[in-house]
Design a protein around this ligand. Sequence first.
Ligand SMILES: C[S@@+](CC[C@H](N)C(=O)[O-])C[C@H]1O[C@@H](n2cnc3c(N)ncnc32)[C@H](O)[C@@H]1O
Length: 244
Amino acid sequence: MEADEYRRMAAAEESHWWYRNTRVLLRQLVEPLLSHDVGALQLDAAGGTGATGAWLSEHATTVLADYEPLALEITRETHPRYLPIRADLNSLPFSAGAFSAIVCVTALYHRMNPDPGAVVAGFARLTRPGGIVVLMEPGGKRLWRGHDEVTHGARRFSLDEMRTMAIDAGLEVVVATGAYSFLVPPAFVMGRLERTSDKSDVDRNQSGLGGLFGRLAAIERRLIRRRPLPFGLSVIVVARKPAA
Ligand SMILES: C[S@@+](CC[C@H](N)C(=O)[O-])C[C@H]1O[C@@H](n2cnc3c(N)ncnc32)[C@H](O)[C@@H]1O
């Protein structure tokens, strides 16, 4: 990502509606599945500045692995409970079964990851039996926008692709759902209008149209509690490694 994007992400972490609501949604889906064992170790894989995953360290020691030194530097200042480590998702330097949970939010889409399925297989290997792997990525293959360029994206994912990557890695899918489904129509229109620009979403519309997006996201979370959504501007898979 561009260096400015990290400063923007860190600054927007508390103020931007998307970060606030994504943390609440991830907590809803993931917290009931986290291990309470003493010695549990978690990984925020490609955690950036910890904007969506810092809450993980309230539950257990959490490693934040990212390739970008600037992201790690900002994380050390803003989230001292993390253990930040410079590492590449394509060759993570940890032993098999090291983690009780691995969470990876908006990273597999990145140009640095030519084979996202291989990265997920790596996550499965590093997860202990009974542990969980959580993936959240940009959804809607036709929704490519200027924001994807700024964040050095290579692809968006369908929910089926996400589910298949988890299953192919030997994981059992617990939940596979779309999120931010109400943003699909506006994102489609913006994608058409923005074909030649490369504007970041992080600076844009921090309040989410004066709180409207936050209210819609809260309604959507209640729906997701009852049943998963078939599509969304984001797609999420929560999967478990079968117990040995
Ligand atoms: C859009 S940011 C998301 C950061 C964080 N997960 C969040 O939700 O705020 C994408 C991050 O993935 C990291 N990343 C992408 N591919 C990576 C790789 N192969 N190894 C390590 N980090 C990677 C980038 O450096 C960047 O910090």
